[in-house]
Ligand binder design. Sequence first.
Ligand code: ATP
Length: 211
Amino acid sequence: MQPPASPRPAPRLQVHQLQSALAGPYSFALAAGQCLTISGPSGSGKSLLLRMLCDLDPNTGEALLDGLPRSGMSAPAWRAQVVYQPAEPAWWLPAAGEHFTPGHMARVRELLPQLKLSPALLETETSRLSTGERQRMALIRSLACGPKVLLLDEPTAALDPEAVAATEALLQREVAAGLSLILVTHSSAQARTLGHRHMTMRERILHEDAA
Ligand SMILES: Nc1ncnc2c1ncn2[C@@H]1O[C@H](COP(=O)(O)OP(=O)(O)OP(=O)(O)O)[C@@H](O)[C@H]1O
């Protein structure tokens, strides 16, 4: 007799009827090691969705991480695991390196060369970094804390082709290692390179694209 099949693990992220005064409801699930890309016109609601997913804007409905409901954990505990990187990330201390905790520095030093960044930039005032350097440094900040789900809003918008390629290669490795990625991008080439599933936002309604 066959042993009973072991229960399937819960999806990494489950979203049920997530809704705010401005957008939704949205429902979908994402597995560990899966990349969902979202495209759509400017102003269609992509950032509103990402902000709801990391619980920055008031919303109703439920989100679960590995089967555990967000409503049962604190906002900081949720946001430590579901990390949102906006299109224009904020920096609140003079140098980029000051934004990292000592426990994350080994990982930061590992990631810097992968994104073609010099370690010296950690000591440079963030206001003196180029837009593209700041954008890549923000991605390092997002990855250094080891999120389970990463919500990226146009992370390569300010980058030259070589830096775009390095960023995409890094994201591919992270997803292959188990990261769940929701990537907002205007680049259909990038969506094809990184995405396992594709959705389009139109007038705040999310449509799953044909496979
Ligand atoms: N707090 C708010 N109050 C009212 N309207 C808002 C608020 N935040 C965003 N909006 C509006 O909601 C719509 C969707 O905004 P959102 O930032 O999600 O667009 P987007 O799809 O991410 O666009 P882009 O590609 O340009 O970043 C826009 O019309 C925006 O002006």
